[in-house]
Design a protein around this ligand. Structure first.
Ligand SMILES: NC(=O)c1ccc[n+]([C@@H]2O[C@H](COP(=O)([O-])OP(=O)(O)OC[C@H]3O[C@@H](n4cnc5c(N)ncnc54)[C@H](O)[C@@H]3O)[C@@H](O)[C@H]2O)c1
Ligand SMILES: [Zn+2]
Length: 365
C-alpha cells in the first residue's frame, strides 16, 4: 500500500494506492467517521464486476449500504441523472441517518457522484473509489466535480473535495484496453508538464504498463497522484495559474470532444492526446519547444496506442466548439505550452490562425 496526502487544511485527505485490498475499503472509511449509510453510485457493469465485494466490505464495517446506478456513458453526467439521484437518496434518507456517498467507477461516476455529494443537503461526505486508470491518476483527485450541460462539458460544477481516494490497482484488470490507453494520455500529460523522470519511465516501461503489470501500474498511479496532489495543494480553486497546467492538452482536447459528440468518435483520453499534440505544435511554432521534444511527445502518444491523427471531425467544428470553452476567458484564449519535457508556460492570446494550423496539423499522418 502506498499513500500520499492532499494537504488542504481541514479539507485534507489521503490517497491510498493498493493491490487486491477491496476488502479493506469499509475499514478505511470507518476510520473517517463520516456517516452510517453508504450510497454507492455506480453503473451496471461496474456493479456487476465489483459491487458485491465493495458491498461486503462496507457491510462488514457496519454500514448500511445501498446502490444507485446510472447508465454507462458520459450521458450519466447530466441534469436528468443528477436530479434523479438526489431524489432517490432523499427518499431513503431519514432521521438519525448520516448519508455519505461512495463513487465507484471511472471519471464519469466520480464527477457525477461528487457533484451530487456537493449539493445534496448542501454537501455530504463522499469517497472516491476510482476504477479506471484515468480516474485513479486524475479525476478522483482534486475535488473538481461536475455534470455536463447541452452546450458543453462540465459546465455545472463545483470544487468539493472527497474524504478519501481509494485506488485499488486490481480494478484495472478488467478495464477494456481502450479505457486503459485513454488513461495513459493523462499519465503522459503529467510527464510532459512536471516530470521528465515519469516521461522516461513511461517510455521504458510502456510494455509493462500495457500488460497491466501491477507493480508498474502502482508506481505510475502513485507518481501521478502525488504530482496532482502537489498541484492541487497550491491552487485548490484553480485561480492562481498553478492548477491550470493540468489543462495541458485540454483546450483543443475538450473542443474535439464537444465537436465529436462526447464519447462518440473520441473518448476523453484520446481527445486529450490530440489536444496535447496541438498544444505542442503551437509551442514548436512559437519556437518555445524544440522539434526533437515535439517528436518525442508524438512518438510516445503513438506508441501508447493513442491517436495522433484526427479523423471524422472537421477543423471548423472544433474551432466553433473552442469558442464555448471555459478556458477561452473573456474572448482571450490561454494555452499551457510545453517548453521542454517536464516544464510548461502559460500563453494568452494565441492567434486564431495558429490554433487552426495546429488542428490542421493533426490531419497529417
Ligand atoms: N474531475 C476531474 O478533475 C476530471 C479529470 C479528468 C477527466 N474527468 C472526466 O472523467 C470522465 C472520463 O472518465 P473515464 O475515462 O474514467 O471514463 P468512464 O468513467 O466513462 O469509464 C470508461 C468505461 O470503463 C468502464 N469501467 C470503469 N471501470 C472499469 C473497470 N475497472 N473494469 C471494466 N470496465 C470499467 C466504465 O463503465 C466505462 O464504460 C470524463 O467525463 C471527464 O470529463 C474529470
Ligand atoms: Zn483530462
Amino acid at each position: 500500500m502506498k499513500k500520499t496526502r492532499v494537504k488542504l487544511g481541514n479539507r485534507s485527505y489521503e490517497i491510498r494506492i493498493c493491490r487486491d485490498r477491496i476488502g479493506l475499503l469499509g475499514k478505511a472509511i470507518k476510520q473517517l467517521e463520516i456517516g452510517s449509510d453508504a450510497v454507492i453510485i455506480t453503473n451496471p457493469s461496474i456493479k456487476k464486476f465489483f459491487g458485491a465485494r465493495v458491498k461486503r466490505s462496507l457491510l462488514s464495517a457496519g454500514f448500511n449500504v445501498r446502490f444507485e446506478t446510472v447508465p454507462d456513458s458520459e450521458k450519466a453526467k447530466s441534469e436528468k441523472h443528477c436530479i434523479r439521484l438526489l431524489n432517490n437518496i432523499s427518499r431513503s434518507d431519514g432521521l438519525g441517518r448520516r448519508v455519505f456517498i461512495v463513487a465507484l467507477g471511472g471519471g464519469v461516476i466520480g464527477d457525477l457522484a461528487g457533484f451530487v455529494a456537493s449539493i445534496y443537503k448542501r454537501g455530504v461526505p463522499y469517497v472516491q473509489v476510482p476504477t479506471t486508470l484515468l480516474a485513479q491518476v486524475d479525476s478522483s483527485i482534486g475535488g473538481k466535480v461536475a455534470i455536463d450541460l447541452n452546450i458543453g462539458k462540465n459546465l455545472a460544477g463545483s470544487f468539493y473535495q472527497p474524504r478519501l481516494v481509494y485506488s485499488d490497482i486490481s480494478f484495472l484488470k478488467k478495464l477494456p484496453e481502450k479505457a486503459l490507453v485513454s488513461g495513459l494520455a493523462e499519465v503522459i500529460k503529467y510527464g510532459i508538464i512536471k516530470s521528465p523522470a515519469l516521461f522516461s519511465f513511461i517510455r521504458s516501461d510502456l510494455k509493462k504498463i500495457l500488460r497491466r503489470c501491477p507493480g508498474t501500474l502502482e508506481r505510475v498511479v502513485y507518481k501521478c497522484g502525488s504530482i496532482k496532489a502537489r498541484v492541487v495543494e497550491k491552487d485548490e480553486l484553480d485561480n492562481k495559474d498553478t492548477r491550470i497546467i493540468l489543462n495541458f492538452g485540454h483546450t483543443v482536447g475538450h473542443a474535439i470532444e464537444t465537436a465529436a459528440g462526447y464519447g462518440k468518435a473520441y473518448d476523453h483520453g484520446q481527445a486529450i492526446a490530440l489536444g496535447m499534440l496541438a498544444a505542442s505544435f503551437i509551442s514548436m511554432k512559437l519556437s518555445l519547444l524544440a522539434k526533437a521534444d515535439y517528436l518525442k511527445i508524438k512518438a510516445l502518444i503513438k506508441d501508447s496506442g493513442l491517436p495522433t491523427v484526427l479523423k471524422g471531425v472537421s477543423v471548423k467544428d472544433i474551432m466553433l466548439a473552442q469558442g464555448h470553452d471555459k478556458k477561452f476567458i473573456c474572448g482571450k484564449n490561454r494555452f499551457v505550452l510545453p517548453v521542454r519535457i517536464g516544464k510548461t508556460v502559460i500563453k494568452e492570446d494565441i492567434p486564431e490562425s495558429l490554433i487552426r494550423e495546429s488542428i490542421k496539423s493533426l490531419l497529417w499522418t
